[in-house]
Design a binder for this molecule. Structure first.
Ligand code: F6R
Length: 271
């Protein structure tokens, strides 16, 4: 670990060794004086320990850390900054990625605020996505592979061989589950997993339930998900009925998880 004193400028040195967790110790004066500093460290620190008078004054580091942003853009910028800090610290990190409406702004900020100005290099980054529809080819404009290319991969310098999604065209669910789990394992596991959350609390395509599945699995989509997706397809019969999804067990194995959530309708799911 590192002890970083006062100056945020020392952060760069502390970040130079990606193998070491960045632990920030903040203590001393009043919480109001130190809050801006804590905010600056939040996106990059693995852990922030507060002590002394700040702790006594009531600053509680949250576990999980919850960042509340002003609006969708603010949330997206903060999420992008957290992901960017991981890529800077570990250029060949494994990012777990999600689709859906929520992370679109995060991907946009990664492209516009980090990649385009030349501050982020994806050339060694590896990615694994959470899920893919069964039966859709990567070229289908509703496939998650298409989504990822359109919203992120086509705009950054990621190597095509380093991006991975479950193969929606594999008819053998058992084989596909095993292949995807083996792949994640061979990459050394996920360093940071980006997640969205459904209104009913689903993560990936894992619906809330008593007993979660560990590895990548084949799920039947609920009627409400099929209904919700119908708007993207000409006919209801065209809407995929099944998907491959990483299991909650695999997701929880990620070293860090970053869940982005926007809109009052999701409040209950977050609670
Ligand atoms: C996406 C995924 C889903 C979404 C969830 C929220 O890969 O697996 O669990 O994260 O459905 O979607 P949005 O962001 O569109 O509200």
């Amino acid at each position: 670990g590192f002890l970083v004193e006062n100056e945020v400028s020392k952060l760069e040195g502390a970040m130079s060794n990606p193998e070491h967790p960045l632990v920030v110790l903040i203590g001393g004066a009043k919480v109001e004086d130190k809050t801006p500093m804590i905010d600056q460290f939040l996106p990059v620190a693995d852990q922030i320990l507060v002590g002394g008078k700040i702790a006594a004054d009531g600053y509680a580091a949250t576990d999980p850390k919850i960042y509340v942003a002003e609006d969708y853009q603010g949330m997206s910028r903060k999420a992008a900054a957290i992901i960017a800090s991981h890529v800077i610290r570990k250029p060949d990190c494994v990012l777990g990625l999600a689709t859906g409406g929520t992370p679109v702004g995060t991907y946009k900020s990664l492209i516009e605020d980090w990649y385009k100005p030349g501050d982020l290099d994806f050339s060694q980054v590896r990615t694994v996505n959470l899920d893919e529809y069964v039966g859709l080819s990567p070229e289908h404009d509703q496939s998650y592979a298409y989504f990822m290319h359109h919203n992120l991969f086509d705009h950054i310098n990621i190597a095509p061989e380093n991006v991975h999604l479950p193969d929606g065209l594999d008819p053998d669910a058992e084989r596909q589950g095993k292949l995807y789990d083996d792949l994640i394992h061979s990459l050394g596991g996920v360093d940071m997993q980006l997640l969205g959350i459904g209104h009913d609390g689903h993560i990936g395509f894992n619906e809330p339930c008593d007993e979660f599945v560990n590895g990548t699995n084949h799920v039947k989509l609920t009627d409400s998900t099929i209904d919700a997706n119908q708007r993207f397809f000409e006919k209801r019969e065209d809407v995929p009925t099944h998907a491959y999804t990483m299991g909650i067990g695999s997701i929880m194995k990620a070293k860090r998880v970053l869940l982005v959530c926007n809109g009052a309708g999701k409040a209950q799911a977050v609670k």
